[in-house]
Design a protein around this ligand. Structure first.
Ligand SMILES: *[C@@H]1O[C@H](CO)[C@@H](O)[C@H](O)[C@H]1NC(C)=O
Ligand SMILES: *[C@@H]1O[C@H](CO)[C@@H](O)[C@H](O)[C@H]1NC(C)=O
Ligand SMILES: *[C@@H]1O[C@H](CO)[C@@H](O)[C@H](O)[C@H]1NC(C)=O
Ligand SMILES: *[C@@H]1O[C@H](CO)[C@@H](O)[C@H](O)[C@H]1NC(C)=O
Ligand SMILES: *[C@@H]1O[C@H](CO)[C@@H](O)[C@H](O)[C@H]1NC(C)=O
Ligand SMILES: *[C@@H]1O[C@H](CO)[C@@H](O)[C@H](O)[C@H]1NC(C)=O
Ligand SMILES: *[C@@H]1O[C@H](CO)[C@@H](O)[C@H](O)[C@H]1NC(C)=O
Ligand SMILES: *[C@@H]1O[C@H](CO)[C@@H](O)[C@H](O)[C@H]1NC(C)=O
Length: 635
């Protein structure tokens, strides 16, 4: 394989040896937001950078259509998911793109033996000195140091020749600043306003540091949510004793976040005793492991919450833990995507050294194996309770990752992201002014990847104090506020345009374009919601109350997993990307519409939950038997 590739490159050297004149340059990408708290100095001209050029993929303009064709109830090919090979072939960059970029590199003095095309054809890699890269991209490279000891390499913007632009999505390492999802969740109001670019960009659940000492029961679900409360709320069946072999449910966690064995058993002892001793199936991505060196809510809160509830709700259905990143480096959303889809890996041996964990990691305690690329088939359902502020990513980076979620949908995977815990505000309650973070900003700050139209965004609800599981829920307004709003990057997908237009027409929010993009032509979220308040979670050897959309996403994931089990048992396939279905008229009766509460933030009351879809609770919470019936009726 390798030698065949080299031969092609040698031939290419002959074809492109004649340098073409340097064309006019155009700005290709500019940093989304300036990093704060980092010190920059020029990078030595002779340092070598692993430059990776992400080529424009073919047929991207058809992604939405082909995805809808396998996921819209009225489509003839509903459920006819693609094979990984079909996906790779359909979207692989064109020969013209590959040749044009190679020619550009050759004309800049890179000999053919220095240029390599990735096996998926998605990326071209070349090792360039800083001087060469600066010349190639018309930019200046800096090394950025953070007081935490982390360092990053990057530039503020870069350009490419005009005739090359249409062939290139993005180039790394350049403007994309630290998107590793490493380290600590927020805990209880710790890290109120983390600096952009700090290594801590995770949106964790919140806890009231209040030990649960009284006995939980079916009548106090307004104060203590347990698996039985959720079953009562959404009419969820007991999990099947003998789940279908082919079914799978994945939970993504980022090291050092880790679950604790004894806490799982403590939880099971009270709420699902037959599961004592049961553990998730660990898939280690880039050295990911269940670390035990550090134990506290900050290190275990997210993992314990996600796994205790996912495992209790699906019972004997094995849950796969996609644990990403080692201790020193951590990982980004791209790293778990690499692990389930080899065609996404930017190159054997690594992604962007700035924003993705790059393995092998040669620091002490680092993972020294090769990067995890296509090591596990994507589970039918994946729930991820992590996010970052959308303003921290460039549109090119966001789009490249987002299209990957679309491809997972084509393969038949449901990807669920929690919508965030700060209402219309960003992480820690931060807001924007003119698109940039600002202490007094009143512009709402949406989250990513949850704003990608190819994931299913899950918001949070609550049982109102004094109410029961039979009463209507409200948007969550205890400790956290359901993340929701309108993207500043993604256009509106067809499947939700009627729902969003209906909301803007019937309940026009009293805000202007200064607060959010109110044009009606941008992606809005969440898509649906589930309870996110007062979860009883075994943690640090006791029970604590935990709040967050972090709880809501694994619950919806469990419900979809049960639906998939039922479909598999009658010879049908998994539901895959659910958004076109759940917004369609076939599903208009399967959700409990949430019409009270809001998602305040940025010094405003935020949006209101209203009749029909709203940017607080989406379509509402699922009624399991109805959702099941609707999905069983589909082929
Ligand atoms: C770039 O350099 C690294 C480290 O020396 C090497 O492993 C890799 O193969 C090189 N890549 C190319 C495209 O030459
Ligand atoms: C867990 O079970 C024990 C023993 O039955 C009980 O005393 C305790 O209150 C329960 N805890 C919760 C949070 O339900
Ligand atoms: C449930 O717990 C509450 C305390 O939160 C208690 O007042 C009530 O009597 C309990 N109900 C039952 C049926 O045990
Ligand atoms: C985590 O554990 C390591 C090893 O015991 C220790 O050095 C480090 O300070 C701990 N980190 C935190 C934040 O507690
Ligand atoms: C990789 O790391 C493992 C465990 O830390 C160690 O035993 C092994 O010797 C290392 N291998 C190399 C090639 O450094
Ligand atoms: C924010 O507003 C406060 C009070 O009006 C003012 O003192 C402060 O300078 C403002 N901060 C910024 C960054 O504009
Ligand atoms: C929410 O509802 C209240 C009461 O009806 C109304 O005054 C307010 O304008 C609404 N806010 C939004 C964002 O729609
Ligand atoms: C809203 O989004 C649309 C579509 O991306 C864009 O054309 C428009 O400029 C945006 N409006 C504002 C105020 O940013």
């Amino acid at each position: 394989m390798r030698s065949a590739l080299l031969q092609v490159l040698v031939l290419a050297a002959v074809a492109y040896a004649v340098p073409s004149p340097r064309g006019a340059y155009v700005l290709h990408e500019k940093r989304a937001a300036e990093p704060r708290g980092w010190e920059a100095r020029r990078l030595d001209a002779d340092k070598v950078l692993p430059v990776r050029i992400g080529l424009k993929q073919q047929n991207m303009d058809q992604l939405q259509d082909v995805l809808v064709s396998v996921s819209h109830p009225s489509s003839e090919s509903y459920g006819k998911h693609w094979t990984p090979q079909q996906v790779a072939d359909f979207f692989a960059p064109s020969t013209e793109s590959i040749d044009s970029v190679k020619e550009w590199l050759a004309s800049n003095g890179f000999s053919a033996d220095r240029i390599r095309v990735s096996p998926s054809k998605g990326w071209i890699e070349v090792n360039a000195t800083v001087a060469e890269a600066e010349d190639l991209l018309n930019t200046e490279y800096h090394i950025y140091s953070h007081p935490s000891g982390h360092e990053q390499i990057g530039c503020e913007s870069y350009s490419v020749p005009k005739h090359i632009q249409e062939h290139v999505d993005l180039i790394k390492p350049t403007v994309h600043f630290n998107h590793r999802v490493a380290s600590f969740p927020s805990g209880l109001n710790k890290r109120k306003n983390p600096d952009l670019g700090s290594p801590w960009s995770l949106n964790g659940p919140k806890t009231l540091d209040q030990k649960v000492t009284i006995e939980t029961n079916a009548t106090n679900c307004d104060q203590f949510i347990t698996p039985d409360c959720l079953r009562a709320l959404y009419n969820i069946d007991d999990p099947p004793a003998y789940p279908q072999d082919g079914n799978s449910y994945g939970i993504v966690e980022f090291t050092p976040q880790a679950y604790v064995d004894t806490d799982l058993d403590k939880f099971f002892k009270n709420f699902s005793s037959s599961q004592i001793g049961q553990r998730p199936k660990l898939v280690s991505i880039d050295g990911g492991f269940v670390q035990t060196a550090n134990r506290s809510f900050d290190f275990n809160g997210e993992s314990n919450l996600d796994l205790e509830y996912a495992m209790a709700l699906v019972g004997n259905q094995p849950v796969t833990l996609l644990q990403a990143g080692d201790l020193p480096m951590g990982a980004s959303f791209d790293n778990w995507l690499d692990a389930v889809d080899a065609s996404f890996c930017s190159f054997e041996g690594g992604d962007d050294p700035n924003q993705d964990g790059i393995y092998p990691d040669n620091v002490p305690g680092g993972y020294n194996g090769t990067e995890s690329c296509g090591i596990v088939a994507p589970p039918h359902v994946v729930s991820i309770s992590y996010s970052q502020d959308e303003y921290t990513v460039t549109p090119a980076y966001a789009n490249r990752q987002c299209t990957e979620y679309g491809k997972l949908g084509l393969l038949g995977t449901t990807v669920l992201y929690s919508s965030g815990d700060y209402g219309v505000a960003g992480y820690g309650g931060s807001c924007l002014k003119g698109g940039q973070p600002d202490a007094n900003g009143t512009q709402f700050s949406p989250a990513f990847p949850v704003s990608c139209p190819y994931v299913t965004a899950v918001g949070a609800t609550q049982i109102n104090p004094g109410s029961t599981t039979d009463d209507p829920e409200s948007a969550c307004e205890q400790v956290i506020y359901s993340g929701g709003g309108f993207s500043n990057i993604f256009g509106i997908p067809d499947y939700q345009s009627d729902a969003v237009a209906g909301y803007l027409k019937n309940s026009p929010p009293p805000y202007t374009a200064e607060n959010y993009n109110n044009s009606g032509v941008v992606r809005a979220y969440p898509d649906l919601s589930a309870n996110g308040a007062n979860y009883v979670v075994a943690i640090e050897g006791g029970f604590n109350l935990v709040f967050g959309t972090s709880a809501s996403s694994p619950v919806v994931g469990s419900i979809i997993t049960l639906v998939n089990d039922a479909r598999l048992s009658i010879g049908k396939g998994p539901v895959g990307f659910i958004n076109p279905a759940i917004y369609s008229s076939d599903f208009s009766w399967v959700f409990n519409d949430i019409t009270t509460g809001g998602n305040q933030g940025c010094g405003t009351p935020g949006f209101n939950a209203t009749e029909g879809w709203d940017p607080v609770t989406g379509l509402g919470t699922p009624d399991y038997p109805s959702l099941l019936t609707a999905f069983l009726m589909l082929p």
